[in-house]
Ligand binder design. Structure first.
Ligand SMILES: Cc1cc2nc3c(=O)[nH]c(=O)nc-3n(C[C@H](O)[C@H](O)[C@H](O)COP(=O)(O)O)c2cc1C
Length: 210
């Protein structure tokens, strides 16, 4: 199994989102017997904002996806091929100002590309990639889901719409919330997540091999 693992936290190995996404990668590797993992640390190796050449090309109806182009188009091609090669995608992301960090948004701007990963049809945008599971591990300081939520969530609905645009509909969200509460909350959220992932992945294996 080939896994593309994206990390969007600036806190590297201290990141809770990284920890959570690493647990998911481990579960996938265990379930699949082994895994070939490509890690993209979007902070250590940041993706530049799209450039004017990219914006001009995408805005032109004549543009058909020239893979020999330079600048952001070349990087876009590389990132899309990395995504196409993956059987599963795992994203570790914190919530930043109610949505994804700008580093993850920059990755999205490079892979959601008209006439390459989606087409425009009379019925709207149609994804051109084949579907595959996308596991998203989220860490947030406050709560954004459930009865104790006290803030907006533009992260999960945004990822659903952005990734569905290119054909990725099988999204699975796992979130550790309220982590600004301190070390005890982090410890109990990690324990809760470990149990939840154990249960979920062993249930999936039982169903698969039943
Ligand atoms: C720039 C910035 C914006 C943030 N915005 C939010 C927010 O809107 N909602 C929230 O619950 N937490 C917010 N946080 C807190 C982080 O989501 C929280 O610290 C999270 O645990 C960080 O994840 P990490 O350990 O993977 O880096 C923000 C943190 C930063 C640095």
């Amino acid at each position: 199994m080939k896994i593309l693992h994206l990390s969007a936290s600036p806190r590297k190995e201290r990141s809770n989102a990284w920890w959570l996404s690493q647990q998911i990668v481990n579960q996938l590797a265990r379930a699949g017997g082994s895994a070939d993992v490509t890690v993209r640390d979007l902070y250590a190796d940041p993706i530049a904002h799209v450039d004017s050449e990219y914006a001009d090309a995408l805005g032109s109806p004549a543009y058909a996806g020239d893979e020999n182009a330079g600048g952001a188009l070349a990087l876009s091609e590389q990132l899309i091929r990395e995504l196409e090669a993956a059987d599963a995608v795992v994203i570790g992301t914190p919530m930043h100002n109610y949505t994804v960090p700008s580093t993850l948004k920059a990755w999205i701007d490079h892979v959601v590309r008209v006439r390459r990963t989606f087409a425009i049809t009379p019925d709207g945008k149609a994804g051109l990639l084949h579907d595959r599971p996308v596991h998203i591990g989220i860490a947030s300081g406050g709560r954004f889901s459930g009865p104790l939520a006290r803030q907006a969530d533009f992260l999960t609905p945004y990822l659903k719409v952005a990734l569905a645009t290119i054909g990725l509909h099988d999204l699975r969200f796992y979130s550790m919330e309220g982590l600004a509460g301190g070390a005890d909350v982090i410890r109990s959220e990690r324990e809760r997540m470990s149990m939840m992932l154990d249960g979920e992945f062993s249930r999936a294996e039982r169903t698969e091999f039943a």
